[in-house]
Design a protein around this ligand. Structure first.
Ligand code: MF3
Ligand code: CO
Ligand code: CO
Length: 248
């Protein structure tokens, strides 16, 4: 079910999303080589709790941590643990926070130390994919224009667009309708409405778009060819004239 938020609900969304943004800024200032992915998760947990919010990934369908910390070939849903972050890694940190019953959701891919030109470009283009997607977005835009914009930009650089996972609506639940793919045909799909809040989250790979899900932990998504991937996500509010990026 697609939900349209009223003014009061939008205020709550803004607050949860501001907490998500601040937490990611805090992680960005503190993440460095030598930390484990669990150390990053501890930062996330403490920061979100200190804001009077809850890190709603924790316990979500049994997920065991407060963040997804995905290094290099891990696309998304990396479970924080004893993997040590190394100089030259790219690390996506994807978090959600819930306050007053509403969730915010965003992800950044951080550059750790001396990152190769190749990987820097992947991260930059992934961010650009998001901004291309919102360029002409407003009430009335067909949903799959988002994926069309992401796919066109990523593939123009020879990158892969992950299909197995998508963006999504968000609100009282972390995942609401509609599903927001990162690929698609322009001019198709439902028309977006003012008051919808959705997460746009390009997941872009340096090689194949095919991914594996870890058989043992049931979560970790890795590129099938082991090449690096980047992830960038914001929660956005659709308005009559455009979008408001709630997590930026
Ligand atoms: N934040 C993720 C998203 O963008 C969801 C992570 S689900 C979890 O949709 F269980 F892994 F936390
Ligand atoms: Co997310
Ligand atoms: Co999301």
């Amino acid at each position: 079910m697609v939900t349209v938020k009223n003014e009061k609900e939008i205020e709550y969304m803004r607050e949860s999303c501001r907490i998500v943004k601040e937490t990611l800024d805090f992680v960005g200032k503190n993440i460095r080589a030598g930390m484990t992915t669990k150390d990053v998760d501890d930062l996330v947990y403490k920061y979100i709790i200190s804001c009077g919010a809850y890190p709603s990934e924790l316990g979500y369908e049994g997920y065991p941590a407060s963040s997804c910390v995905s290094v290099n070939e891990v696309v998304v849903h990396g479970i924080p643990g004893d993997r040590v972050i190394l100089d030259g890694d790219i690390v996506s940190v994807d978090i959600t926070a819930e306050k007053n019953g509403f969730h915010g959701d965003a992800a950044r891919t951080f550059l750790i130390g001396n990152v190769s030109e190749e990987k820097r470009k992947l991260v930059k283009v992934t961010e650009e994919c998001f901004f291309k997607a919102i360029e002409e977005l407003r009430a009335g835009t067909p949903l799959y224009d988002i994926g069309y914009a992401v796919q066109t930009h990523a593939e123009s650089h020879g990158y892969g667009v992950v299909r197995a996972l998508t963006g999504h609506g968000i609100g009282k639940s972390m995942h609401e309708d509609p599903s927001v793919p990162n690929y698609g045909r322009k001019g198709t799909g439902m028309r977006l409405r003012a008051g919808m809040t959705i997460c746009i989250e390009p997941m872009i790979t340096m090689g194949t778009y095919k991914v594996y899900q870890d058989r043992n932990d049931g979560w970790t998504i890795t590129t099938a060819d082991g090449k690096p991937a980047a992830h960038y996500e914001n929660t956005v509010l659709i308005t009559e004239n455009g979008v408001e990026i709630l997590t930026l």
